[in-house]
Design a protein around this ligand. Structure first.
Ligand SMILES: [Zn+2]
Length: 109
């Protein structure tokens, strides 16, 4: 899925990063290898989410699924569809500045 928030420049950067990647490079999240042949499953994204001020920070390749999960853990609430999925809720940190949703008892982060 192409993220409409990113423009053509980002797509070019991502393509270049994938081209430069050595097959078998480890995903920074799950430590499993990544392959160019499965490039469509890879995300090229900010290490620090843009929502948290990471616009100018470093970027890296990772599995798309791993990246989406990590972004959510960091409190990136921009990723709405994933935030509302069951797999997200298992790992969810309490929303910042909101006390309204007290029904779910969550571990302290
Ligand atoms: Zn991974």
């Amino acid at each position: 899925m192409a993220d409409p928030a990113y423009g053509y420049a980002h797509q070019k950067e991502r393509a270049a990063a994938i081209a430069a990647m050595v097959d078998g490079t480890r995903c920074p999240f799950c430590r499993k290898p990544m392959f160019k042949a499965k490039a469509r499953l890879l995300d090229y994204d900010h290490v620090i989410p843009v929502a948290l001020g990471g616009m100018d920070g470093p970027k890296r390749l990772s599995h798309r699924t791993c990246n989406r999960r990590a972004g959510a853990v960091m409190g990136n609430r921009m990723r709405g569809s994933y935030v509302n999925s069951p797999s997200f809720n298992r790992r969810r940190a309490p929303p910042k500045g909101k006390v309204a949703n007290r029904k779910r008892q969550l571990p302290k982060w």
